[in-house]
Design a protein around this ligand. Structure first.
Ligand code: AMP
Length: 367
């Protein structure tokens, strides 16, 4: 990309209150996607960003967005920026980014997503917000009920567009887009650019600046990947042995099914290893509690299905375990990308039983 490693956040054109917040967050230097996206975004350009979670893409759109909102904030908050993202966890994390990076600014934001009562969200919205982070379904619902007014919108961010496609949200996204003012700044982020996503981007963006960071090569190089050939019946014992190692500070174990995730967590519990399982059958409250405990370090192990783990942003996951091998290489890459975040190194262990050998062929490029 031709960006020098020595650039500072200040040189990107960010204002002092944002720089102070970044310093307080412990960020020393912008990541490549931040170096590439922030200056043109601050100039008001549309951005087509090709970057996956773990690259610092959230700050790449939140920082310029906050600066724009701050530059001409009125006395009362008025909804001028909207971020839509596919999952509740991502929405919550983006909300946290707003709080962290905007700590020294006089701006208000709200986060809305489905699966929880809408009353508290409506209460927040009615108080007035400058920015809204939302998942598509809940946003459409509250739009239709007149609780969200997009007429003054200036900046629209579409995060993880390819996941929106995977999860069947594109029709909802199109309905939301139809309600946006035509004159606006649009920041579009996706880890991959399949045809459908590229077409969507073309329709949404006006003369965009394309920014991209190498998709998988960079983090993956820092991951120590190991493969264990193991009999099906021995997987759980092997897992317990490996998780007992001292260097396992935070481990994310992937199971292909919800039921499997529960069984693994139960077995770990019996072996005296505290863990929690997160998957779609768990309530939002249970998922949030498990994530918090994992984030704080009270739980060393979390067992998750691929869908539940999407977008989980927890730094310092030291080990990723593929208890079941995924059957598509993309999933493998997504899974192990949960470790080695923000410059750290990480370890990925994959268990392969005889029935899973066919999947290995696909994964060979990575293993
Ligand atoms: P993201 O790709 O937005 O999910 O960010 C991945 C992780 O990197 C998050 O935990 C961020 O808090 C962290 N992060 C983002 N930008 C920086 C930076 N410039 N320096 C250090 N950490 C960062």
């Amino acid at each position: 990309m031709g960006v020098s490693a020595a650039v500072s956040f200040g040189e990107l054109g960010l204002v002092p209150p944002i720089l102070r917040a970044l310093e307080a967050a412990g960020y020393a230097r912008p990541t490549p996607i931040q170096q590439a996206a922030i200056p043109p975004a601050l100039q008001g350009r549309d951005i087509l960003g090709c970057a996956q979670t773990g690259t610092g893409k959230t700050a790449a759109f939140v920082l310029p967005l906050l600066q724009r909102l701050d530059a001409d904030a009125g006395d009362d908050p008025c909804l001028r920026a909207l971020v839509i993202t596919p999952t509740r966890e991502l929405a919550a994390q983006i909300g946290e980014s707003f709080a962290t990076y905007g700590a020294q600014l006089d701006l208000w934001h709200a986060v809305i997503f489905g699966g929880v009562p809408d009353k508290p969200q409506i209460t927040e919205l009615r108080k007035g917000v400058d920015a809204l982070v939302a998942t598509p379904g809940r946003l459409l619902d509250l739009l239709q009920r007149g609780e969200v007014d997009l007429r003054k919108l200036e900046v629209f961010v579409l995060d993880e567009a390819d996941r929106m496609l995977d999860m069947g949200f594109l029709p909802d996204v199109r309905r939301i887009v139809a309600k946006l003012p035509a004159k606006r700044q649009t920041l579009f982020f996706s880890a991959t650019m399949p045809d459908e996503i590229r077409k969507l981007a073309e329709g949404l963006l006006h003369d965009p600046v394309s920014v991209a960071v190498a998709r998988v090569a960079e983090p993956i190089e820092r991951i120590d990947q190991r493969l264990y050939f193991v009999d099906k019946g021995d997987k759980r014992r092997l897992l317990v042995d490996l998780l007992r190692r001292d260097d396992v500070r935070r481990a994310l174990v992937f199971s292909r099914t919800k039921h499997g995730a529960n069984r693994i967590a139960e077995y770990l519990g019996q072996a005296g290893l505290g863990s929690a399982a997160i998957h779609g059958n768990k309530s939002q409250g249970a998922r949030t509690r498990a994530l918090e405990a994992f984030r704080r370090g009270d739980l060393r192990v979390m067992v998750a299905t691929d869908l539940a783990a999407r977008g989980i942003d927890i730094d310092d996951v030291t080990h990723v375990v593929n208890f079941d091998l995924p059957n598509v290489p993309e999933t493998y890459v997504h899974r192990i990308g949960r470790t080695a975040r923000a410059g750290a190194s990480g370890v990925a262990w994959s268990f392969c039983e005889s029935e899973e050998r066919p999947y290995l062929e696909i994964g060979r490029a990575h293993v």
